[in-house]
Design a protein around this ligand. Sequence first.
Ligand code: ADP
Length: 403
Amino acid sequence: MTEISRISLENEMDIVVAHKHMESVAQYFSLSLSTQTTIAVAVAEISRVVIDRTDNGCFIIGMERTGAGKFSLIGRFDFPSDIDIRMTHQGLKYARLLVPEFRSEKRPEMSSIIVSIGVPRSLKVTQARVLEAVDFFHSTQPVTPYERLKLFHPVISGQNLDQEVELKHSYLLDEKKNEFISVASHELKTPLTSLNAFTKLALGVAATESSEKVQHYLEKIDHQTHKLQLLIQQLLDTSRVESGKLDYNMQQQEWNSYMKDLFQVLEHMFPTHPISWQPCEDEVIVTIDALRIEQVLINLVNNAAKYSAAEAPIGIGCVANDDSLTTCVRDNGIGISRENLTRIFDKYFRDEDVAGRYGGFGTGLYITSGIIREHHGTIWAENNEAAGSSFYFTLPITKLVQA
Ligand code: ADP
């Protein structure tokens, strides 16, 4: 059989399409009006039966050479063999009455119902004419507006799927944003309340008590101010990282001397935890934005302190190989579940078990990874064998002077 036209049978609208196509092909070969109508009606009836059972059927129109100068117009319906279509079905019985030849074929995968009508010799159909029909029906416009839509169906449904995914994503993000705003206002309120209380206490005792007590309250105020600064910085930077608007002032730094200064800042900021710093064996020059890398280390040490018990040690170390410097911040804290080791770098991500017990925005590591990425480095987390976790980040080495 030479295939002239093929229509997938998915829904009721395809009955009309199958009918129209059969009618058009019969007309193309100059079959009589009554033949055109009867074969098209038979096709519509069979299409209905197939569509009732499956949306996975297919209707093929073709011409078959049955003898010298003799051709038959064929309509073949293919459908999966596990679909039960009884030949005693009322619709099939009716179709059988309309066409001279009606048969069914059962194969392992696909089964078929085939109808055919012999084309009178007087119409002088040739194989060349059949091939012309193939070209003609491939190039002609769709018969109905629905067909036009159907033609674009794969494109349209592909677009729909994309839009659906996008929509779901934006709902999810919106939900996360709302949750973030409520967490953010709560988180900012906490250090502000402390600041307020300690300032009042400091003011109250300043006049009457020893300066030692005032000193103690001022230290608390200082600590809470740092906390507030960090939180506000995180709020501002989250959207900047997203839009790529974080500014960088890249300069060459000798890593050990840079870290020596930064280490003092860290010790001062996190007095609740003993922090150790293991300098690099080699002299390493890196090209960095000093303030942004400071922010990275403050974020990592802040987390190490937050997610471990007071007095638990925090270690910072680094190694240099040929072209990159790896720095590690190690804690003895609660560790990170295996499935969250990569998710923790996502925006707003907070471990559900952790969120109830510890404060935070879920943006620190998102910003941190953004800064490292902009420095052409990588960042990852690992759980330690004994307890806690280690965060590693790399920076490209500008110059290495080996010890
Ligand atoms: P936040 O700490 O504000 O929640 P981060 O982006 O800094 O946001 O961290 C994301 C999540 O990663 C945290 O909620 C926590 O579950 C986990 N996490 C980060 N650092 C550590 C750490 N040192 N130990 C254990 N869990 C950590």
